[in-house]
Design a binder for this molecule. Structure first.
Ligand SMILES: [Zn+2]
Ligand SMILES: [Zn+2]
Length: 344
């Protein structure tokens, strides 16, 4: 799946197979998620993308070629990868914080991605994650971006504890992931969205309340529902409005986690810092999750405590996915859509 200009046609055509980079591998893609970040890339909001470009950054598949210097992986291994691949050697990577590596690579952004039969991945020993047999492709495909990002946002960043209120603004793929994970952590969840169909999915995942954004004072409703505000808020959309709604929904000393991307396409977003100061709010960024943090999450998935496969609404081929990508902004998909490049 290729585009030759930002905002232009998205085509399916044959390109050269990737070769494994030094220290990297080539993976045959078995399932890959269609994410709003892919739309940002297509729209020209990521200045790291060079044209022509193949998008796609969350995936599961099987190693088909191994580059020089790779020690841990062999042809036939079933793997996934964080969308942020650390270099493996800098101080951040060595400290287990590859999600902020200054020399990171990202499939589908810094190089061609997973909306293809094969994708090249860098620094394989540092970034690849073995996928247990009990975790199927539908469950594993979203781990590289949406599910792991939501998991890290709620655990390592917001430190959600049982009984706390968690308000999730925007319940697309990453938002629904956050709802399911927060419920599993014992939190009481409020889901906020402009689409009734998305709220119905959140309700099915255990959200205690749902709030439709249309013309409503969302933050006021959250304060009423929670008796003074949410302990934690997640902007899972990435917009000034969603960010402000999250912050205004918090109680005093609450924690806001920014997960949705806010690319600087129309100036930096307004953030209500007056409230942040007066109520001593924490504003936290969250950027994927390093491979070293995957085992805890995978254990919960294997045990059935987390069920990312339940978020998948449909699986399509590359051609259908190409038709969906340009409209992801104005017509967001309900739930998670996966692409299987082996399908027509
Ligand atoms: Zn690094
Ligand atoms: Zn993504």
């Amino acid at each position: 799946m290729v585009f030759d200009e930002f905002g232009g046609p998205v085509q399916i055509r044959r390109v050269a197979d990737p070769t494994p980079p030094l220290g990297g591998v080539v993976v045959e893609v078995h399932a890959t998620g269609l994410c709003r970040s892919d739309w940002h890339g297509w729209a020209g909001h990521d200045d790291g993308i060079r044209l022509p470009h193949v998008p796609g950054h969350e995936l599961v598949g099987v190693v088909r070629a191994v580059g020089a210097g790779v020690e841990k992986w062999a042809v036939g291994d079933r793997v996934t990868t964080p969308f942020v691949c650390g270099c493996g050697v800098c101080q951040w990577c060595l400290a287990g914080q590859a999600q902020v590596c200054p020399d990171q690579t990202q499939p589908g952004f810094t190089h061609w991605g997973s909306f293809a039969e094969y994708v090249a991945l860098h620094a394989a020993d540092a970034n690849m994650v073995a996928v247990p047999d009990a975790v199927d492709d539908a469950a594993a495909a979203g781990l590289g971006c949406r599910f792991a990002t939501a998991y890290r946002a709620l655990t390592a960043r917001a430190h959600v504890v049982p009984g706390e209120w968690v308000t999730v603004v925007g319940v697309g793929g990453v938002g629904l992931s956050a709802v399911q994970i927060a419920v599993a952590l014992g939190a009481r969840v409020i889901a906020v969205d402009r689409e009734p169909a998305a709220l119905a999915l959140a309700d099915g995942l255990g959200a205690e309340h749902t709030v439709l954004t249309a013309g409503a004072d969302v933050a006021g409703q959250v304060h009423d529902l929670t008796g003074g505000g949410s302990h934690v808020a997640v902007d899972a959309v990435g917009s000034s409005a969603a960010c402000a709604t999250g912050i205004h929904s918090l109680r005093r000393q609450g924690r806001h986690v920014q997960v949705g991307l806010l690319p600087n396409v129309a100036g930096h977003p307004e953030v209500p810092m007056d409230r942040v100061i007066a109520w001593e709010l924490d504003v936290l960024g969250s950027h994927g999750m390093a491979s070293v943090d995957y085992p805890g999450m995978l254990t919960l998935i294997e045990a059935g405590a987390l069920r990312p496969q339940e978020l998948v609404e449909r699986v399509v081929g590359l051609s259908e996915g190409a038709g969906l990508l340009p409209s992801l902004d104005e017509a967001p998909l309900a739930g998670v859509t996966l692409i299987d490049p082996r399908r027509d």
